[in-house]
Design a protein. Structure first.
Length: 319
């Protein structure tokens, strides 16, 4: 399957699209509700922003082009540790049903869904069971390899970022998720030279004191939450989140003793997620860039999954 069409739902800035496009695919439909993400997406892929669907809930399935593969990193907040884990009780959780109705109408050869690991345990596992029942029993898709949690640090990125991936096929093909890569990672690989980092990324003395006070209090209460101070020699960071723009607490870069640490720059966030060099300069504010990279997928992980999906589909076509 050298040439194929795919759609990119809940697309963000296109982290899932990039590898599928590089492997010969043509994106025939994109949907993203956040207007700032649509701006970045349009510029990066050189498309008309007005042609990017803004609300999939208001779009009939018949108006979506036919496609071989469906990609969807559907909203994870309802299932994440950072949220309140409301699952389908949160209106964003119900967006899975938008995916299922499109799959039901178009019957793509395969799909790739991405979410946080908390999806599997949400509501005692009932949410995940509901999703799999719909995909497998109602829609008739096969899952040759069980939905799997993969970590970006196992695929060459210096970030501890676990995500759940669900890959389904219309026919029962020989598919396996990619195995871990035995490559050492180091934070210095993605950091800009210290003398090139603008002063605006250094956190204030007031914020630095606040971080330290909060961490001390949380540790005393047994919460374990607080800032994380990274050194350039570290193998990996904590997970970059969409709230990073607020205070940078999950990933602060040390500047040495008696110096306030700094946040990652947007350019470093792009590298931490494995985006191509062109994505290092998004056409939005720093705060929006932080949110967009924090919401994105780790591109190298998706690339390896995509290769295995396309290989399985190609082999099935031969047989």
């Amino acid at each position: 399957m050298d040439k194929f069409n795919f759609i990119d739902l809940f697309s963000g800035i296109g982290g899932m699209r990039i590898p599928f496009e590089k492997l010969g695919g043509r994106c025939v439909f994109s949907s993203e509700i956040d207007k700032f993400a649509r701006t970045s997406y349009a510029v990066m892929f050189k498309e008309d922003e007005n042609l990017i669907n803004a609300d999939i809930t208001k779009t009939p399935a018949k108006e979506i082009p036919s496609h071989d593969i469906l990609l969807a990193g559907f909203p994870c907040q309802p299932f994440s540790n950072a949220g309140k884990k409301k699952g389908f009780k949160d209106t964003r959780g119900t967006l899975f049903y938008e995916i299922s109705r499109i799959i039901k109408f178009h019957k793509p050869k395969a799909f790739l869904l991405e979410n946080v690991p908390g999806l599997k345990s949400n509501d005692g596992g009932k949410t995940f069971e509901t999703i799999m029942n719909i995909l497998e029993k109602e829609l008739g898709y096969f899952f040759p390899d069980c939905p799997t949690i993969l970590n970006s640090r196992d695929f060459g990125l210096p970030q501890n970022r676990k995500r759940l991936f669900i890959v389904g096929f219309k026919k029962n093909v020989d598919f396996h998720f990619p195995s871990k890569r035995k490559r050492k990672t180091c934070l210095s690989n993605i950091l800009e030279p210290s003398d090139e980092v603008e002063k605006k990324y250094i956190i204030s003395g007031k914020l630095w004191r606040s971080h330290k006070i909060r961490k001390k209090r949380n540790l005393a209460e047994g919460k374990g939450f607080g800032f994380t101070l990274n050194d350039e020699k570290d193998s990996y960071t904590r997970t970059l989140s969409s709230r990073y723009y607020k205070d940078g607490s999950e990933i602060l870069i040390s500047r040495g003793k008696r110096k306030n640490p700094r946040k990652l720059t947007p350019k470093e966030c792009a590298r931490l997620q494995g985006f191509p060099k062109r994505w290092e300069n998004l056409p939005v504010s720093d705060n929006q860039a932080y949110r967009q990279f924090g919401n994105a997928v780790a591109v190298p992980v998706v690339k390896e999954i995509a290769k295995n999906m396309l290989s399985a589909l190609k082999e099935n076509e031969k047989n």
